[in-house]
Design a protein around this ligand. Structure first.
Ligand code: F6R
Length: 608
């Protein structure tokens, strides 16, 4: 989603703003802009539709002066991704950049228009600039004007302001969307996440919901929403955000796929004493003997992790599980008993719908556990219990390493549930932990199939529709395969439970439609193969992902077969996820799409 940066520097602000914005490119955006204030107080703005290189083109040879400035990458919500809608928006003396959505912007815009204000964009953001400009005329000082302005805003937002005539002053505010302030040798900075600030700052202050900040050289005064001074702790820049580099890989996604054995090792060894082969129950502070059921809520790939984990909670823990997409959960009138555990899953820890679900569960008096990757995120701060995934920073918009780490974490939690509830014997739990310890090695064997999958991707890349099918936990992996293919390569793809195919989607099958069958040799294998035969009989072009036992049982046939490493049942989804990622990645590379930042997508979906 959108990215915010700001700086009161010791040298020219514009090049630093561009550098920091480049570090936010991974979030996904479709226009960009900066505004700087020079020593005389002159404010200069430059904006461009499209990628940052377009903005650099505009600035080429005309880099604005001044050591104070703000910058933005915009992911369009209100109005098309044009230059006119790109941030910063101006209403003299105010320049503003904004992440999030102002829900009451129509009412604000109408009221401002009635007072004679005219607008030059379709955005909700421009109303904020006009509002603050008006409040600066009536209120005693900048702080009072900011308090008055944010009090009028409904919705989720983070904001950074620069001011014509005031070099050396910036302001910031947040509600719902994250915002941080960093201090370093180049000056004092604002960033919508630590990644933008990491190379420039030694320490970071995360603003809290409702906070307002006024920055001057080297210092930030922070206030709550009433204007009372508050202090927020400064923290060292998280190590992992400093290392957001592609290395020798062509794309961040490729790098992240190849990092999976390592990050799985980190994640598993957080929850498992690998030497002893036992779970570390103290790392999962939940007593499942006192929990009546679990509700799992997440979005996208994280939701799919929940779908797979439901099998484990039911099978190992003998516990009922509700599973919901967060965008639905938050508006349902479901029963929310207090002894139900609310489990949210999120890589970013900032996804608006998942965060709203977390808050809904907390408001209902439920204990909330969050499986999150970004430890400094809002969800990590608001949940009662954080179950970290140790995937490291994930830059590619399509989630890969975070997904397998979510699965590994959830597997550990499900084993803990079985131990607490007495549904898993000690030896059964130890056997599952032993299976888990094998996962990084199996995943690394699966990654070695890349050359085969690059060839298989040639069958998929020209297709206009592809189907993915699987049963049991492999149904989730089929959904994940389809999601990855469509988001990366823009090929229409659907994931289905294999048994569901004949209830409608099989009508799509002809000899132009690749059908990817996820069929490890597990309890569902025979039935999945029957469903595969139904597709083959209708001319579908089958690509089957199985293991050695599955391949031997199917024998020679016309299907394209990828032989995955043989994995224990619980490990299989993490292993099968790898060919899904590689297939989608290589199909996208063949189709020439923007792999790390697919069109219309954002890494951290901080709007509803
Ligand atoms: C797909 C993908 C998305 C995210 C979803 C949730 O590859 O990455 O579907 O999984 O937007 O994001 P988080 O996990 O940050 O809550």
């Amino acid at each position: 989603m959108c990215g915010i940066v700001g700086i009161i520097g010791r040298g020219p602000a514009a090049p630093l703003l561009l550098d920091a914005l480049k570090r936010l490119e991974y979030r996904g955006y479709d226009s960009a802009g900066i505004a700087t204030v020079d020593a005389d107080g002159t404010l200069t703005r430059a904006r461009a539709a499209g990628k940052l290189r377009n903005l650099e083109g505009v600035l080429n040879g005309a880099m604005p002066g001044g050591s104070t400035g703000i910058g933005h990458t915009r992911w369009a919500t209100h109005g098309a991704p044009t230059e006119a809608n790109a941030h910063p928006h101006l209403a003299s003396p105010v320049a503003v950049v904004h992440n999030g959505i102002i829900e009451n912007f129509r009412a604000l815009r109408t009221a401002l228009a009635a007072k004679g204000v005219s607008f030059s964009s379709e955005t909700d953001t421009e109303t904020i600039a006009h509002l603050l400009a008006a409040n600066l005329q009536t209120e005693a000082d900048l702080k009072a004007a900011l308090v008055e302005t944010v009090a009028a805003l409904e919705g989720a937002y983070s904001l950074a302001f620069a001011f014509e005539g005031q070099p050396g002053t910036l302001a910031a505010a947040r509600r719902g969307s994250p915002l941080a302030i960093g201090n370093g040798p180049d000056g004092i900075m604002i960033g919508s996440d630590a990644i933008a600030l990491a190379p420039f700052c030694d320490d970071i202050i995360y603003l809290e919901d409702g906070d307002i900040a006024i920055l001057s050289a080297g210092k930030a005064d922070i206030f709550d929403s009433t204007g009372a001074a508050v202090s927020r702790p400064a923290m060292p820049v998280p190590m992992e955000v400093s290392v957001a580099e592609k290395g020798n890989f062509r794309h961040f996604m490729a790098k992240e796929i190849h990092e999976q054995p390592e990050v799985l090792t980190h994640t598993i060894s957080h929850y498992v004493d690998v030497a002893a082969g036992t779970l570390r129950p103290d790392r999962i502070d939940l007593d499942f003997s006192k929990i009546s059921r679990i509700s799992i809520t997440a979005c996208g790939t994280a939701y799919i992790a929940g779908l797979v984990a439901r099998h484990w909670f039911e099978a190992f823990g003998g516990i009922a599980v509700d599973l919901d997409m967060a965008s639905e959960y938050r508006y349902r009138s479901q029963l929310m008993p207090k002894d139900e555990l609310a489990l949210v899953i999120s890589q970013s820890g900032e996804t608006a719908d998942t965060l709203a679900s977390l808050r809904k569960a907390k408001a209902a008096g439920q204990r909330v556990a969050a499986v999150v990757n970004v430890r400094s995120s809002t969800m990590a701060r608001e949940a009662d219990l954080v179950l970290p995934t140790l995937a490291g920073i994930e830059i590619g918009v399509a989630s890969t390493k975070a997904f397998v780490c979510q699965l590994a974490t959830l597997a550990c939690v499900a084993i803990k549930a079985g131990m607490d509830r007495g549904t898993l014997s000690e030896s059964a739990a130890a056997a599952l932990v032993g299976d888990l310890i094998e996962v990084p090695r199996l995943v690394s064997e699966a990654i070695r199939l890349e050359a085969d999958l690059t060839r298989t991707a040639r069958l998929i890349a020209p297709a206009s529709t592809a189907l993915y099918i699987g049963r049991g936990p492999s149904y989730g992996i089929a959904l994940e395969g389809a999601l990855k293919l469509k988001e990366l390569s823009y090929i229409h793809a659907e994931g289905y439970a294999a048994g569901e195919l004949k209830h409608g989607p099989i009508a799509l099958v002809d000899d132009t439609v690749p059908v990817v069958v996820v069929a490890p040799h597990d309890a569902f294998f025979a039935k999945t193969v029957s469903n595969m035969e139904e597709v083959a009989a209708r001319g579908g072009r089958i690509i089957v992902m199985t293991d050695a036992a599955g391949a031997a049982e199917m024998g020679e046939g016309s299907a394209e077969t990828i032989v995955m490493p043989t994995a224990p049942a619980m490990a299989a989804p993490m292993v099968s996820a790898i060919p899904m990622q590689l297939l989608a990645y290589h199909a996208a590379v063949l189709n020439g799409t923007d792999v790390d930042q697919p069109r219309n997508l954002a890494k951290s979906v901080t709007v509803e």
